[in-house]
Design a protein around this ligand. Structure first.
Ligand code: IFM
Length: 457
């Protein structure tokens, strides 16, 4: 497909015929219906209720109203030509009080219908168990800082995989544990809004532990299931190349990437960062590291942007600072656009950790979309972002990196956490006043690409 005369050619045929083509979404960001069918309160409901936490004062109470509109949303996904769809399950719909002897059947039924709807439309379901919406009742008992939450997660994973395992073959335990741990419990700008480094490290350990401990139940309940985790990973550059900035870049990479990849691939926590954490290191019990390293079938990579790092004595627990370098291309959200960063990241992950299979479980961009007089959304930048990153994926595959699927973030504009509805990532525009959906130019491009059609020239 050619989208401009100068634009590099890329077509679906450049990829294997069994390549997974999807879009990703998450429950709290699209479902709405927070009080329906017995759903319990989540930490995001509570967090959004505090003025000042969300840029536009909004919440996911209605979001894309996907809970009621899931059939037409899945029709949109099918119409795009996707063969896979990544969604998440809201834990508070299954265990409204976080724990308990019996799950909420209405919650399970919703996801059962949703999964059937995917299968009817030729979409392979990819279920994420935790995309940040912890039941508030568990947070009231310490949340992920409390080791009991690990056991509750395993119970939840067991119940959900027992219920859906006959139809869902792809399972992702956690989405972006870095965000759960560090944005939610150190920066405090995500739910539950805690600002404490030691807590964040313990939360992180429990989240990783829950990943490993839940895998056997998922495998037992979903025969032939392929299980993984989706990490937000970043390639890093030193701000100046000075020895100080180089060392800071290594430290930053240590907490952003290696703190997750090393233990998941059986190497334990990186010794350099462990040492720097001093008294803040998490409590790790016997057997924990083996559990975290439980074999998975694929690594999910969520890629958005590279980071440039400078030494920052006295600043933050690791004395590092991410700087906003000048003269680089950025999205409207301010995130650096770097398809070559994706290639570098994939090469590094493949070389250092040798995952058997990599799935790009998220990749996307937020721009300030405008609606033209004739009602179209000409999001040329997002279309180009998508096409350029697909070219990067193609190049990575040509280098021998085992990328087997690509999921664009996101099918729909949705609730972008602390940014509320001020940031749009969808290939489909959502008018939040009317809930009308309209495919953007980027979505039309993705559809044409997936259907082997040629658009533009
Ligand atoms: O919207 C988020 C998603 O929930 C997790 N990954 C990054 C996206 C864009 O910020």
């Amino acid at each position: 497909m050619k989208i401009t005369d100068t634009f590099p050619v890329i077509e679906r045929n450049d990829f294997a015929s069994d390549f997974r083509w999807g879009c990703s979404t998450s429950a709290y960001q699209i479902e709405g219906a927070v009080d329906l069918d017995g759903r319990g309160e989540s930490i995001w409901d509570r967090f959004c209720a505090t003025p000042g936490n969300i840029r536009d004062g909004s919440s996911g109470t209605v979001a894309c109203d996907h809970y009621h509109r899931w059939q037409s949303d899945l029709a949109l996904a099918r119409d795009l030509g996707l063969n896979a769809y990544r969604f998440s399950i809201a834990w508070p719909r299954i265990f409204p009080a976080g724990a308990g002897a019996k799950p909420n059947l209405k919650g399970l039924d919703f996801y059962s219908r949703l999964v059937d709807g995917m299968l009817e439309r030729g979409l392979e379901p990819w279920a994420t168990l935790y995309h940040w919406d912890l039941p508030q009742a568990l947070q009231d008992r310490g949340g992920w800082n409390n080791r009991e939450t690990v056991a509750e997660f395993c119970k939840y994973a067991d119940v959900v995989s027992r219920h859906l395992g006959d139809r869902v073959g792809r399972w992702i335990t956690h989405n972006e544990p870095w965000c759960t741990a560090f944005i939610g419990n150190h920066e405090g700008t995500h739910a539950p809004g805690i600002r404490d480094w030691k807590t964040a490290l313990q939360v992180c350990h429990h989240v990783l532990l829950s990943h490993g401990l839940a895998i056997p139940a998922i495998r037992a309940n979903a025969p032939g299931a392929r299980v993984g985790i989706a990490l937000s990973l970043h390639p890093h550059k030193s701000a100046s190349g000075s020895p100080e900035d180089e060392a800071a870049t290594l430290r930053h990479d240590g907490i952003r990437n290696r703190w997750f990849l090393d233990p998941l691939f059986g190497r334990g926590y990186p010794a350099d960062i462990w040492k720097l954490c001093g008294d803040s290191v998490p409590i790790v019990k016997e057997g924990d590291m083996e559990a975290i390293a439980t074999a998975t079938d694929f690594l999910g990579v969520n890629y958005y942007f590279p980071e440039t790092v400078a030494d920052a004595p006295g600043q933050g627990p690791l004395a590092t600072r991410v700087i906003t370098s000048e003269n680089v291309e950025r999205t409207a959200f301010g995130w650096e656009v770097s398809p070559e960063g994706l290639i570098a990241l994939l090469q590094r992950v493949a070389k250092d950790y040798r995952p058997a299979e990599i799935q790009i479980t998220e990749n996307g961009s937020s721009y300030d979309d405008t609606i033209s007089k004739d009602g179209n959304i000409e999001d040329v930048e997002r279309r180009d972002y998508l096409a350029r990153h697909l070219i990067a994926v193609k190049e990575a595959i040509a280098k021998g990196i085992p990328v087997k699927g690509y999921f664009a973030w996101s099918l729909l504009d949705n609730f972008e956490w602390a940014e509320g509805y001020t940031r749009r990532f969808g290939v489909t525009h959502v008018d939040f006043a009317t809930q009308q959906r309209k495919l953007k130019l980027s979505g039309k491009w993705y559809r044409a690409f997936l259907r082997h059609q040629v658009i533009g020239a």
